[in-house]
Design a protein around this ligand. Structure first.
Ligand SMILES: [Ca+2]
Length: 355
């Protein structure tokens, strides 16, 4: 008898973790068995997913479902032992979601069970190709990490320790018209110009700088964080800085306190789109070149869906040599509506068109 009681306590402890993998979870001690039956971890955007809620209705006063911590449904009347909830995925961002069932017994005690889901894009990204329209000289000592036009001038941020710079570049000649060096401890990464201020992040220092755009005088230093504790690419929409960290995640960062207000997970129809690096925000979409590839991914900033995949390999043909380092750097000139791309230590920078 003592042994049975002991086993019952163990079972209660195990099932109280509220983190059952899926498919209903572990058996419950008599009197408070409940299940959230939700088969399959991977869902496709747009799918309706039926989940079954199994409870001892006579003992329960309320059931509630939470999506990522937010209440989405509750019921405290006409409860039955077997209930269904249809989970609609169409309006949700892609990637990881947690659905949690909270069951409150008549004695007031609440227990929870969760299932984790991954939401994929409904469609594969459309394949497109880049063609080279023009080529320009690019400083082959520039380890390009950020590229952006501001008032018709090309701004470039470069990386590597003791070699990191922020510079203004003459597109036509490739000459560097103005440059500052970062302190040797910093490895420069993405840059963007937002509300007349230049932002530059660093690789592993979790530190960023805000500059006055003419003199590059440092107006402010800030700290930021990402899941990988690294800074890679940078751009912005009308409200926030948008940052990559080399994973499939993009971080929307406030420019007042530099906190992350939203994390976007970038997914295709088959899985996460990793290695997102240099970024460019063009006509309401986020363009990201993927580290160690010649792909640029066009991302829906609301859902994280990879809408298009652009092949930039034609730039390599145009270089006429093996690229010294990876493709990195996209810049869109809003005035001329022209798009440019280059790479780390690449001797050329290209105007490209996407077909
Ligand atoms: Ca850019």
């Amino acid at each position: 008898m003592k042994k049975l009681l002991y086993l019952a306590i163990i079972a209660l402890m195990v099932s109280s973790c509220g983190d059952d993998k899926s498919d209903g979870g572990s058996p419950e001690p008599k009197g408070f068995a409940f299940n959230l039956v939700s088969n399959g971890r991977v869902l496709t955007s747009g799918e309706s997913h039926t989940m079954r809620i199994e409870i001892p209705a006579n003992d329960v006063q309320k059931v509630e479902l939470f999506l990522d911590g937010r209440s989405i449904w509750s019921k405290s009347e006409q409860l039955s032992d077997n209930m269904e909830y249809v989970f609609e995925t169409a309006a949700l961002p892609l990637g990881s979601h947690r659905i949690e069932l909270a069951v409150t017994k008549k004695d007031g005690k609440t227990r929870k069970k969760a299932v984790d889901k991954v939401l994929l894009a409904a469609n594969p990204p459309k394949k497109r190709n880049a063609t080279v329209i023009n080529s320009y000289t690019h400083d082959n000592q520039a380890f390009t990490q950020g590229l952006e036009f501001y008032k018709g001038v090309l701004f470039e941020g470069t990386g590597n320790r003791s070699q990191s710079t922020l510079r203004k570049v003459n597109l036509e000649t490739g000459s560097v018209d103005y440059k500052i060096h970062l302190d040797g401890q910093y490895f420069g990464e993405g840059i963007t110009v937002f509300n007349d201020k230049v932002y530059q992040i660093t690789y592993t220092s979790k530190k960023g700088f805000v500059y006055e755009p003419d003199s590059f005088k440092v107006l402010k230093e800030f700290t930021f964080n990402t899941n990988k504790a690294e800074g890679w690419g940078l751009t912005h929409d009308s409200e926030y800085l948008i940052m990559s960290d080399g994973s499939h995640r993009l971080y929307f960062v406030d420019t007042v306190n530099f906190s992350t207000v939203k994390t976007l997970e970038v997914y295709s129809n088959t899985g996460p789109v990793n290695y997102l690096n240099e970024l460019e925000y063009i006509d309401g979409k986020i363009y990201a070149n993927q580290w160690q590839s010649y792909n640029v991914v066009v991302i829906d900033p609301q859902t994280g869906a990879a809408l298009e995949q652009i092949d930039l390999y034609p730039l390599v043909d145009e270089l006429g040599e093996t690229p010294p380092e990876v493709l990195n750097g996209l810049a869109y000139n809003r005035d001329t509506k022209k798009l440019y791309a280059t790479g780390k230590y690449w001797p050329k920078l290209f105007e490209i068109e996407i077909k």
